[in-house]
Design a protein around this ligand. Structure first.
Ligand code: SAM
Ligand code: SF4
Length: 344
């Protein structure tokens, strides 16, 4: 792809990368950027997409493939070491293979979060571009329930694509958003499945975003999850060492290679080690999933402005904990986007 070639990093850039840091006022340094490629999706997960959908903006308001690369390159020059592509459903973008190919030339670990439906069409690009780990969202192991949660009948496709990734030796993480009364009866089934299939299952607490009808009653907490797993697996549960910036508490069942983890932003937040920044598909930077504070990088970039001060300013405004929400009762009060337009 032509523009990727012309933007290959030069040696001085690479030296500059080693010294750069995007720090906030609490001395957290931010080296992980999540880029949403689109607000569109081929599923309608109730916890993510508002019932009436979201209104899409004119095509021109979204970042082009070239803008994504150029803006990503600026973040990399400031110390970003990992980029995750997300959405909406990132694999719906027609130019996703070019985007992956161009970003894979940057000195970063490149990763993707997808609902898995289109993985078979892109797996060769993943391999060719050195993607090693793929996160797939799957909230149930039951075909009928999948349809109820997502509004679509793609269960077999997702399961088959998880199998394909495993066959081709990708590290597969499966994201399970738990909702009380919907899929909390499947916690132990998922742990057994992780053991059998050698996947890494991550249970995620249901979080509040615009239009997703969140309330705390639906939350399945860290303690609820551990209680369920302990009842079935008892002393066979082994605590694993968590990574420095890990959002998850990681476990396995003795003698099995698969693992499970809990991401509990609501009942057990991990903000003190947060290294994440987010860029929405329309080029707005967010310093926290829960923050309504957005910085319009794309407009500034298109106007030829230096976006580095905007990036640094955005991170300097980052709050210590969940965008200032330190009380469960305050969730949902801040104006924010729907999750589908943020990217997780
Ligand atoms: N379409 C892709 C997918 O589903 O993996 C990528 C985008 S999706 C917004 C990214 C992640 O956010 C998924 O793992 C999804 O389960 C998670 N997610 C969406 N809404 C959520 C919510 N309300 N609470 C917790 N996680 C959520
Ligand atoms: Fe689409 Fe992913 Fe949101 Fe489900 S979680 S509606 S697959 S973006």
């Amino acid at each position: 792809m032509e523009f990727a070639e012309t933007l290959t990093l030069s040696k001085p850039d690479k030296m500059q990368f080693q010294n750069a840091v995007i720090a906030d006022q609490f001395n957290r340094s931010h080296d992980y950027l999540r880029i949403s490629l689109t607000d569109k999706c081929n599923l309608r997960c109730a916890y993510c997409m508002p019932p009436g959908g979201i209104s899409l903006q004119p095509h021109s308001q979204y970042m082009t493939a070239e803008e994504i690369l150029r803006i990503a390159k600026i973040f990399v020059s400031l110390g970003v070491k990992k980029i995750r592509l997300t959405g909406g459903e990132p694999l719906l973008r027609k130019d996703v293979n070019e985007i992956i190919a161009s970003l894979s030339k940057l000195p970063v670990e490149l990763a993707i979060t997808t609902n898995g439906i289109l993985v078979n069409e892109h797996i060769d690009t993943f391999r060719a571009c050195g993607l090693k780990s793929v996160n797939i969202s799957l909230d149930t192991l039951k075909k009928e329930k999948f349809k109820a949660i997502t509004g679509k009948d793609y269960f077999d496709k997702v399961i088959s694509n998880i199998g394909l990734l495993l066959k081709k030796n990708f590290h597969v993480k499966v994201n399970v958003v738990l909702t009380k009364g919907v899929n909390d009866d499947e916690i132990c089934d998922f742990v057994s499945w992780a053991c059998d299939k050698n996947v890494h299952v991550r249970f995620i607490e249901f979080m509040p975003f615009d239009g997703n009808n969140w309330n705390f009653e639906k939350n399945v907490s860290y303690n609820d999850i551990m209680h369920a797993v302990e009842e079935k697996f008892g002393p066979a549960i082994v605590k694993l060492t968590d990574g420095k910036n890990d959002t998850a508490k990681n476990y396995c069942i003795a003698d099995y290679p698969g693992t499970f983890a809990i991401i509990s932003s609501i009942t057990n937040p991990f903000c003190d080690t947060c290294n994440r920044m987010r860029l929405t598909a329309d080029g707005k930077m967010k310093n926290c999933l829960f923050s309504g504070d957005e910085t319009d990088l794309l407009s500034a970039f298109r106007n030829g402005e230096d976006i580095v001060p905007l990036i640094r300013g955005n991170i300097m405004r980052k709050k210590a904990l969940r965008s200032g929400i330190d009380n469960i009762d305050d969730f949902g009060k801040q104006k924010n986007r729907s999750m589908i337009a943020i990217g997780g």
